[in-house]
Ligand binder design. Structure first.
Ligand SMILES: Cc1cc2nc3c(=O)[nH]c(=O)nc-3n(C[C@H](O)[C@H](O)[C@H](O)COP(=O)(O)OP(=O)(O)OC[C@H]3O[C@@H](n4cnc5c(N)ncnc54)[C@H](O)[C@@H]3O)c2cc1C
Length: 434
């Protein structure tokens, strides 16, 4: 009997019929064929950091953790091929030895490469696409037990489907990543009036390499983060180790955990706590390795919904969320997070074909997120938002089709590669309708 599996947020759980931990490509393909023979669905899992049931594996759960690390390196092209189960936190030490880095990252590094790519994980920056846009090739174990190589340049017809498929087309064995020369980021973090940031949103995000902000509900303040790419040998001080520990571990995690518990027990205190959080997470100016600036530890557990919107509507959407929170009298301790991405051409990418802004709302694990998320989702819907595949939402195939011009083209590729729905699970049936 397999053990109970739970995702990071604790909202999804399942006891798989069996768990297989393949050590290589052939073993993975064999595990797929064994599952087909036994009439069981198959699902590869990453780090279980999706809030949705994307990684739920009631049949055969493939634990890809043994398929990690550097597979090959092409110095001329600055490309590395890594095992699909490689954790993102293993990438910077591996790449820095080669003088390389990933072009952009999200805000944590606990996910696996395959898991992050598969759900459209992204960071921020109007000139930078999500992580899947950094992939240039993949080896995939398909439902027929074959191992197929797909490449962005050699398979331009399939690539827009393969590179970002929410785990529906096969099991990723390895992924080739287009890297960039190692770089540092000069980070400037500052509390600013939310209204000013919204008023200048367009120029703030296009004027910086990586701009994002957090707004703590019940306050008038946004914490802005503006990161500028600088050469790896550029002068500039990293945060002293102790300061970083105090900021990242004590303030952002330990104290934050306490304040979330307090806010949950005494909701009326939330506005005051949020104002305090805004003050504690004050001004910082430092320069450090790109991965150390992009990602921070997140130990306080929460639930999250994030939508991709046409970038120009983001300020209005944030204002609507502020009005909503004020009008409902809710006490929301977790910030609203705003980021951006460049348009791309991957069919299921939330940034497909449009300049994109992301708005994420969160709720502490001990609080009921449903009423808040449902009301915010209505706002996102009105603005033509596309839900992040790894974060909570209620959309299904019928309305997702309207949001993705190549939705049916994607389903045609799925019909060709997985006609028997070997890789299906309830979440995929919700979003694809089959
Ligand atoms: C604290 C926290 C912070 C986050 N920050 C960000 C952020 O900054 N930006 C952002 O965009 N998202 C963010 N997310 C969401 C997260 O990046 C995605 O949900 C991501 O998919 C999680 O990766 P994972 O390795 O945990 O994959 P899982 O959640 O385990 O799986 C995700 C999907 O990938 C599939 N999959 C995994 N491995 C394979 C494989 N080898 N072959 C085929 N399919 C596979 C699974 O079947 C599933 O469909 C965050 C989540 C949390 C909990």
């Amino acid at each position: 009997m397999s053990a109970l599996w739970r995702n990071w947020s604790g909202l999804e759980s399942v006891t798989p019929a069996r768990v297989v931990r393949p050590k290589g490509a052939n073993e993975t393909a064999g595990a797929v064929l064994d599952a087909v023979r036994d009439g069981l669905p198959v699902k590869a899992i990453g780090a279980g950091h999706s809030f949705t049931g994307a990684a739920l594996a009631p049949g055969v759960q493939l634990d890809m953790s043994a398929m990690s690390g550097l597979v090959s390196y092409d110095p001329g092209a600055r490309q590395v091929t890594v095992g699909a189960g490689t954790y993102l936190y293993d990438m910077p030490p591996m790449l820095s030895k080669l003088g390389l880095a990933m072009a952009n990252l999200g805000d944590i590094d606990r996910q696996t490469v395959a898991g992050a790519l598969s759900t459209g994980t992204h960071g921020t920056g109007t000139r930078f696409g999500g992580l899947a846009t950094q992939a240039t090739a993949m080896t995939v174990a398909t439902a027929d037990g074959e191992l197929r190589k797909f490449s962005k340049t050699r398979d331009p017809r399939e690539w827009p489907a393969i590179a970002l498929a929410v785990g529906s087309l096969g099991v990723l064995i390895d992924v080739t990543i287009q890297c960039v020369p190692a770089f540092k980021l000069h980070a400037v973090e500052a509390p600013e009036p939310l209204d000013d940031v919204l008023g200048d949103f367009r120029s703030r995000c296009t004027g910086a390499d990586h701009f994002e902000f957090y707004w703590f509900p019940h306050t008038a303040t946004a914490l802005t983060k503006t990161n500028t790419r600088v050469p790896v040998d550029a002068p500039g001080e990293a945060l002293p180790g102790m300061r970083r520990w105090v900021d990242d571990e004590v303030v952002s995690n330990a104290v934050y955990s306490l304040t979330c518990r307090l806010g949950s027990a005494v909701p009326i205190a939330v506005p005051r706590i949020n104002r305090l959080a805004g003050r504690l997470l004050g001004h910082r100016d430092f320069t450090d390795a790109s991965s150390s600036v992009f990602t921070t530890p997140r130990r306080v557990r929460f639930r999250e919904m994030e939508y991709a919107l046409p970038r120009e509507v983001v300020p209005d959407a944030v204002r609507r969320i502020r009005e909503l929170i004020d009008s409902k009298g809710w006490r929301i301790s977790f910030p609203v997070e705003v980021r951006t991405a460049a348009p791309d051409d991957l069919w299921l990418s939330t940034a497909y074909g449009r300049d994109t802004g992301y708005i994420a709302v969160h709720r502490y694990l001990r609080e009921d997120h449903r009423e808040y998320f449902a009301a915010v989702e209505d706002i996102f819907r009105e603005f033509g938002g596309r839900p992040h595949w790894g974060k909570l939402h209620t959309r299904s195939a019928a309305d997702l089709r309207e949001l993705y011009p190549h939705f049916d083209d994607f389903l045609a590729v799925r019909d060709a590669l997985d006609p028997g729905r070997v890789f299906a699970n309830p979440y995929l049936r919700q979003i694809f309708g089959t």
